[in-house]
Design a protein around this ligand. Structure first.
Ligand code: NAD
Ligand code: A1AUG
Length: 550
């Protein structure tokens, strides 16, 4: 019998106050830029690093036959790593279930202390190593890495304990005389399986931490495109005091690891972020054998998008253009929220396109601090996006406005590309590309209203992120109302990317996911299976009620 953690019984603690992690500028001549330059140089000197699965708190050495290249230069390896075998996956599940006996009894405040300690480690001694790992490994510039692996990761680490405390405090409002009703926030039966995407170090952090803070144990398959930053985060959690086995870090063949995980009847939840196709196939596999599981598995998945900007004739043109360029091309369009289709009124079209193209063509590509654009993540992504752009360039209904060229001689570079189409339901306006590709459609000003809203709402299967740009309040009111189900994150006169935990809880519905919102209390509640306790303080003298008496 595991011992009960005593500290919960010796005080009613308050968590540290929430402070949003500020962004760092990394401006010219700043001290932080110098630190980062040094960390990047050191990492390039030391790489490739060796990464192995980490099970029950130990690295389990295997054959280093996998590699994570840097997308800036495909001849350079950031890390060599080994895959978890099916046998190791089984050991990891057993170890996690064993670790759960104590972790599920550990008080929220002790779990929170580990989270806050990890936040302090990222804020302090690990900041520049995390930055360098995310920049070199995932192809980000300094700003994109900072908002991700430091600011957003730290925000998840500090906000989850506070959100969990809110769940804990959510107690039954009624107590009859002589009765005390209580809700106990138990973790799910079994273990949670987390599968992470490559594009945000912080999203892996979210996938692991949300189940963890409410007492679950997590078997985690990181993305092959983010192995090193993921390993580093796991290492930080261990250094912060996370007990062995609570998180099992399992880089591996996605299908093989998943097949092994789904052989365990103790699988209780899939926490997934990635493409719609993969989440759908996993959901089908899980739903197809419901009688096999010990409980009803919770499926939580945040997936793809075809995100829009709708420009009204009254919009501030410059603001709309500049934010559209950022939304479409920051991090090479490899954000699930990236702008990918834009609707422009005919009255603004010439000026809008002129400025849009000018600003896009001015963006430089490369590895320098001054470069806004970096490479796409991998050879597979490069080939897929390059082929897509080729098809878009030569389709009969399109014309190329900017970009359209690619270069994989050193890294996986694709010029930010803008295509105009005369067919608003063409595949270029409806399919996710997940790269630096923007499709533009010019509508007649008179069509702003039901006809256009209906087009935006029904032309794709996705409903992740979108924005309206207008000065006319009535236009804003109508768009906000009519596009209610077209985006889980809706922006007014702001770009459709850049959601931050605790500010804009993020997620979409329809084919974009289960919309449980990363970094929200709603998400935590998906990993909770509460127990209601009723305690009676009074005794009774008779079986009969007064209504039974003569
Ligand atoms: N909605 C969101 O919050 C959000 C956030 C980030 C990324 N995304 C989406 O993620 C996608 C890009 O990320 P990606 O390229 O890493 O996605 P992906 O679907 O290719 O991979 C995601 C994860 O699934 C694993 N995987 C792949 N095939 C699998 C299989 N058959 N079985 C089990 N696991 C499998 C991968 O190894 C990886 O760990 C885009 O579609 C993007 O929109 C969504
Ligand atoms: N928080 C992010 C989520 C991006 C998904 O990949 C954003 O909205 O930019």
């Amino acid at each position: 019998m595991a011992s009960v953690n005593a500290s919960a019984t010796l005080g009613s603690f308050n968590l540290p106050a929430l402070v949003n992690e500020p962004f760092i500028s990394y401006g010219p001549k700043s001290a932080e830029r110098e630190h980062l330059v040094q960390a990047l140089a050191e990492m390039k000197e030391q790489m490739p690093f060796e990464v192995h699965p980490n099970v029950n708190g130990q690295d389990v050495a295997g054959t280093l036959d996998q590699s994570q290249q840097t997308p800036f230069n495909h001849s350079k390896m950031l890390a060599k790593y080994s895959h978890a075998s099916p046998e190791l996956v089984r050991q990891a599940i057993d170890g996690a279930l064993n670790a759960k006996k104590q972790w599920s009894r550990t008080s929220l405040h002790d779990r929170a202390a580990i989270f806050h300690r990890a936040a302090a480690l990222i804020r302090g001694p690990y900041r520049y190593r995390m930055m360098a790992a995310t920049i070199i490994g995932q192809g980000k510039n300094a700003y994109q890495a900072d908002i991700d692996c430091t600011a957003e990761s730290i925000d998840f680490l500090t906000i989850f304990p506070t959100l969990a405390e809110g769940l804990y405090k959510n107690q039954p409002p009624f107590n009859a005389p002589g009765v005390w009703n209580r809700s106990e926030i138990r973790p799910l039966d079994g273990f949670v399986y987390a599968i992470a995407p490559f594009n945000f170090t912080a999203l892996a952090v979210n996938l692991v931490l949300a189940p963890l803070i409410v007492g679950n144990v997590v078997v985690w398959k990181p993305s092959p495109g983010a192995v090193y930053s993921s390993w580093l985060f796991n290492h930080i959690m261990i250094e912060a005091g996370l007990p062995a086995g609570v998180v099992q870090f399992l880089p591996g063949d996605a299908k093989e690891v998943t097949a092994e995980v789904l052989k365990s009847p103790d699988f209780s939840s899939l926490h997934f972020t990635g493409s719609t196709a993969v989440f759908r196939s996993l959901s089908s596999a899980i739903y197809s054998k419901m009688e096999f599981w010990k409980s009803y598995p919770r499926l939580v998945g945040e997936t793809g998008g075809k995100n829009f900007h709708l420009i009204h004739p009254s919009a501030d043109l410059k603001n709309a253009v500049l934010k559209s360029v950022r939304a479409a091309f920051e991090y090479q369009g490899q954000k699930c929220s990236a702008l990918s289709r834009i609707y422009i009124p005919a009255s603004l079209a010439d000026d809008f396109k002129r400025l849009l193209v000018k600003e896009t063509e001015a963006l430089t590509m490369g590895e320098r601090f001054t470069d806004f654009i970096g490479p796409v993540i991998s050879r597979t992504a490069f080939d897929r996006i390059a082929n897509y752009i080729q098809e878009a360039k030569y389709a009969p209904e399109t014309s190329l406005l900017a970009g359209g060229t690619v270069d994989d001689s050193t890294g996986y570079y694709i010029r930010p590309t803008i295509i105009e189409t005369s067919d608003p339901r063409s595949r270029f306006m409806t399919e996710e590309v997940f790269g630096p590709f923007l499709c533009l459609y010019v509508y007649q000003d008179n069509d702003f209203g039901e006809k256009l809203f209906n087009l935006i709402d029904t032309s794709t299967q996705y409903a992740l992120s979108g924005a309206v740009f207008a000065k006319d309040r009535q236009a804003i009111i109508e768009a906000t109302d009519q596009l209610r189900f077209s985006a889980g994150n809706f922006y007014i006169n702001d770009q459709c990317t850049g959601a931050m935990p605790g500010h804009q809880p993020f997620g979409g519905s329809r084919a974009s996911g289960t919309n449980d919102k990363a970094g929200s209390a709603g998400l935590l509640s998906r990993f909770v299976s509460s127990r209601t306790i009723k305690e009676g303080f009074t005794t009774i003298d008779s079986v009969l009620y007064p209504s039974n008496l003569d």
